[in-house]
Design a protein around this ligand. Sequence first.
Ligand code: ADP
Length: 248
Amino acid sequence: DLSHDIILYLEGITVSFDGFRALNNLSLYVEAGELRCIIGPNGAGKTTMMDVITGKTRPDLGSAWFGQTVDLLTLTEPEIAEVGIGRKFQKPTVFSEHSVFENLELAMAGNKSVWRMLFAKMTPEQHLRIDEVLETIGLKDHRAARAGSLSHGQKQWLEIGMLLMQDPALLLVDEPVAGMTPQETERTAELLVSLAGKHSVVVVEHDMNFVRSIARTVTVLHQGSVLAEGSMEQVQNDPKVIEVYLGD
Ligand code: ADP
């Protein structure tokens, strides 16, 4: 039984907005530890799919499971974050006036317990965890820097680090390299690749070179359904995919 290795099941998901089907019988399966890229033209349904996974949008039809036991369609948005699904939106939202270290500290406490965090002393384990994440995101030397003073790329990494403080099993990342320099893009590729295995990572991205550099499996969405799935090589030679992108 291979199904126990699947961390995310979406089956037959349909979402309608005033009769328009943003998602149309979408099925997607992501394996534990996988780094999956989702591509597709504007309006394909990528954002709506992420919204369904995180509970922001409820489908009209279909099922969505996290692992074997968690029915995502019964949970609220905060509950979904709590069970281990982290989402990074395109725009970084860090606490500009706080240091990099404090941002990670705040993220560890979670929004609810900011006050508790401010008055509590961190345990050595918590301190170690922040050091670990600083290392992972490459901001060790910037721990004391004001988050507002970081470059665009560094802010994005910090925000990924903030998500990591909750140790999510599944990380959803929306257009991570938009606006990044080539060097930042390369570093982001290394970062996301290094997270896979320990976490499952789903990335929505338009930059095809970036997708090529990180993904083993690429899913192409079109008109709310999966048009093609496979290696970058396979999908980019798929006549259906070529037609959709040439027509875009
Ligand atoms: P993508 O992220 O792939 O560009 P989206 O998921 O944002 O695609 O959108 C899919 C389709 O659903 C688009 O045609 C979009 O206009 C439509 N859509 C998305 N959200 C809404 C909404 N809240 N109300 C009406 N239409 C929406």
